[in-house]
Design a protein around this ligand. Structure first.
Ligand code: GLP
Length: 250
């Protein structure tokens, strides 16, 4: 038995996971319209974003009072660049739902003074009342946001060096332009994430199985940043069956 209070929810497919999470978000937003969300990029949340787009189009979901903060961004990439996470979010979600543009917050990886950019981001989150719910993806190496495995982790929003594995998995964003993936990113820190009132990490596919096992059943270690979720009071891990393959039976 592992001692953590992490709740694990297993789903038969990524589509089922996405549908359940979309319903969950709908419930959270209906109960308390002014919700502050932390949002991830990557392939994993794509089915969720598709569901949210559909539900907004059908008029079943009203996100007009919701505030969002994206987790991370590449350094040296302008927001308007198609390879930026901001452009990704615009394409996949924000262009299709009714979150007012002023309520969708991003780190600007092209800012001249990145230290002040990071500080301002922390202030903006605090001014919004803190994060109610953070949705997280999971790197194959156990990263969350751009908090990479290391000897030590950083608590607040910061500039970070991207690992080779992370740069490889982000390469498709840069392939059309034949550019190299940046070596640096900016990311909410571990403290920023862990201060959220509630956290739901989503992971699908067998490539995530080892990281999922480590995060749920391994020690809390900066070598696997997602393992720090074990310390959170209200964190859940939502997985499909291939991603759950390394976990001992429920
Ligand atoms: C990227 C992002 C993370 C994301 C992760 C997983 O590097 N910085 O926030 O959660 O990788 O990506 P994917 O869902 O494509 O596996």
């Amino acid at each position: 038995m592992h001692p953590s209070s992490l709740v694990i929810r297993r789903f038969g497919s990524p589509a089922r996971l996405a549908a359940a999470l979309a319903r969950h978000l709908e419930g959270v937003v209906a109960e308390r319209r002014r919700v502050v969300l932390g949002l991830p990029t990557g392939r994993t949340p794509l089915p969720l974003y598709q569901r949210l787009r559909e539900r907004c189009r059908q008029g079943r979901l009203d996100l007009s009072q919701v505030t969002t903060f994206n987790l991370d961004e590449f350094v040296g990439i302008r927001s308007s660049d198609p390879a930026s996470y901001r452009s990704f979010m615009q394409r996949e979600l924000f262009a299709h739902v009714n979150i007012p543009p002023g309520r969708a917050h991003f780190l600007n990886g092209a800012a001249r003074d990145l230290v002040s950019e990071c500080r301002q981001y922390e202030r903006r989150i605090a001014r919004a009342g803190g994060l109610d719910l953070v949705l997280l993806g999971l790197g194959v190496n156990g990263h969350i946001g751009f908090n990479e495995p290391a000897r030590e982790l950083t608590a607040s929003t910061h500039v970070t060096r991207l690992s080779a594995a992370t740069r490889r998995s982000n390469a498709p964003l840069f392939t059309p332009t034949r550019r190299r993936v940046p070596t640096l990113g900016v990311s909410m820190g571990m403290g920023t994430i862990l201060r959220a009132r509630r956290i739901v990490l989503i992971a699908t596919g067998e490539a995530k199985a080892a990281a999922v096992r480590g995060l749920v059943q391994g020690p809390v270690t900066p070598r696997l940043p997602a393992s720090f979720l074990q310390l959170h009071r209200d964190a859940e891990v939502w997985v499909d069956l291939p991603a759950a393959a390394g976990l001992s039976a429920p």
